[in-house]
Design a protein around this ligand. Structure first.
Ligand code: ATP
Length: 371
C-alpha cells in the first residue's frame, strides 16, 4: 500500500517566491499521477517536497495516513529518478545499482537478487559490468530507473526523466515506464512539461500553473472538459483555437458574435443555463484543430457553421495536413486528414461543428459548461 496525500501544501522560498500555492492532491495506491505544466509552475518543487529534499512551508504530506513532513528523505521509502540520471561515472552499472542498497546495509545475496531482478525487468543484464560512459542515453536512463527499482520503494518519483533523450527513444521509454508501472504495481508521481507524455502515461494528470493546481483529471476529461482556457490551451497539440467575441440575447435566443462580427450563430442549448445564471457576455469561443473541416459542396449540416478564413501556411505532414489561417485578428490552426490542396492567401470556408465548441468567460477564463 502506498497512498499519498498532499493537503494544502505550499512552498515559500527564502526570497518570498511562492513556488507552490495551496496544492491538494490525493494519489491512490498503484496510481500513476503526472504533474504537468509550463516551466516554473512548481512541479519540481512539489516533487522535491514529497521526496523530502525541500521543506514544506505550509500544509501536510501523508503517506499511508502518516504525516511525513518532518521525516528525512532516507526514511520516507521513496525513490526518485532525476532528469540528469545522476549515475556515478567511475562505477559499473552493477555498482551503481548496488550503491544505495550497500548504504542501507543490505546483505550481498539480497543485493545480487534485487539487481538481477531489476536488470531482467529493464533488459540490462548484458551491461552490468559496463561504466555509464559506455552506455547509450536510453540505457543510462534505464540504470537510473533500476536504481530506484532495487530499493523496492513505496513510491517512485520521476523528475522529467526523458527530457535528455531524442524523440524516438522518448517514445520507447514512455511505453517502458508505463509497462514498468503495471509490472511493479507501484505508485508513481511523474513530473513533465510535455503534455503528450502526460496524456499517454498518466492515470490521472495534475495541471499546474503559477504554483496552483488548475485541474486534476483523467487524460480524456482534461482534453474534452478542460475547466479553463489555460488547460484547454495547454493540453492538445496543436493547441485549441480561440476566437474572441460576445454572447447576445435576442428574442430569448442566445447568439455568439465574433469581435469583428464576421461570425454569428445561434448557440446550442447546453450553454443557456450557465450563460444566463452568470450573466456572461464577453467570451472566447474554443475549437480544436481536428474539429474544423474544409467545406466542400453541400457538406454543411444543420449543426455546422461556416468560418471564412484566409490561408497563411499549409504544412503537409504525409498522413495529415496542418492549415494555418487567419480569422479576424486570430490565427486558426486546423488539422485535416491526408493531403489537402489549397493556396496561400486564398480565403477558404471551413466548417465548425457546434457540438464540439467550448466557451470560456473572458473575465475568469473558466469554461462555461463547467460553471
Ligand atoms: P521547470 O519545468 O522549469 O523545472 P517547474 O515547474 O519544475 O519548472 P519549479 O522548479 O518547481 O518549477 O519552480 C517553481 C518556482 O519556484 C519558479 O518560479 C522558480 O524560479 C522558483 N524557485 C525554485 N527554486 C527556488 C529557490 N531555491 N529559491 C527561490 N525560488 C525558487
Amino acid at each position: 500500500m502506498a497512498e499519498v496525500i498532499l493537503k494544502n501544501v505550499s512552498k515559500i522560498y527564502d526570497d518570498n517566491t511562492k513556488a507552490v500555492d495551496n496544492v491538494t492532491i490525493n494519489i491512490k495506491d498503484k496510481e500513476f499521477v503526472v504533474l504537468v505544466g509550463p516551466s516554473g509552475c512548481g512541479k519540481t518543487t512539489t516533487l522535491r517536497m514529497l521526496a523530502g529534499l525541500e521543506d514544506i512551508s505550509e500544509g501536510e504530506i501523508l503517506i499511508d495516513g502518516k504525516i511525513i513532513n518532518d521525516l528525512p528523505p532516507k526514511d520516507r521509502d521513496i525513490a526518485m529518478v532525476f532528469q540528469n540520471y545522476a549515475l556515478y561515472p567511475h562505477m559499473t552499472v552493477y555498482e551503481n545499482l548496488a550503491f544505495g542498497l550497500k548504504l542501507r546495509k543490505f546483505d550481498k545475496m539480497e543485493i545480487e537478487k534485487r539487481i538481477n531482478e531489476a536488470a531482467r525487468i529493464l533488459g540490462l543484464e548484458k551491461y552490468l559490468n559496463r561504466k555509464p560512459k559506455a552506455l547509450s542515453g536510453g540505457q543510462r536512463q534505464r540504470v537510473a530507473v533500476g536504481r530506484a527499482i532495487v530499493r523496492n520503494p513505496k513510491v517512485f518519483l520521476f523528475d522529467e526523466p526523458l527530457s535528455n533523450l531524442d524523440a524516438k527513444l522518448r517514445v520507447q521509454m514512455r511505453s517502458e515506464i508505463s509497462r514498468l508501472h503495471k509490472e511493479l504495481g507501484a505508485t508513481i508521481v511523474y513530473v513533465t512539461h510535455d503534455q503528450v507524455e502526460a496524456m499517454t502515461m498518466g492515470d490521472k494528470i495534475v495541471v499546474m500553473k503559477d504554483g496552483r493546481v488548475q485541474q486534476i483529471d483523467t487524460p480524456l476529461n482534461l482534453y474534452n472538459k478542460p475547466v479553463n482556457k489555460f488547460v484547454a490551451e495547454f493540453i492538445g497539440s496543436p493547441s485549441m483555437n480561440f476566437i474572441r467575441g460576445e454572447i447576445l440575447v435576442e428574442n430569448a435566443q442566445l447568439f455568439f458574435q465574433s469581435a469583428l462580427k464576421n461570425l454569428t450563430f445561434l448557440i446550442p442549448d447546453r450553454f443557456k443555463t450557465p450563460v444566463i445564471k452568470h450573466s456572461i457576455q464577453q467570451v472566447w469561443l474554443g475549437i480544436r484543430p481536428e474539429d474544423i473541416h474544409l467545406k466542400t459542396e453541400n457538406s454543411q449540416t444543420d449543426n455546422q457553421v461556416i468560418l471564412e478564413s484566409k490561408i497563411q501556411l499549409i504544412e503537409p505532414l504525409g498522413n495529415q495536413t496542418l492549415v494555418y489561417s487567419t480569422f479576424e485578428d486570430q490565427q486558426i490552426i486546423s488539422e485535416h486528414r491526408g493531403f489537402l490542396s489549397s493556396r496561400k492567401d486564398a480565403t477558404e470556408q471551413f466548417l465548425i461543428d457546434k457540438n464540439k465548441i467550448h466557451f470560456f468567460d473572458q473575465e475568469t477564463e473558466l469554461r462555461i459548461e463547467t460553471l
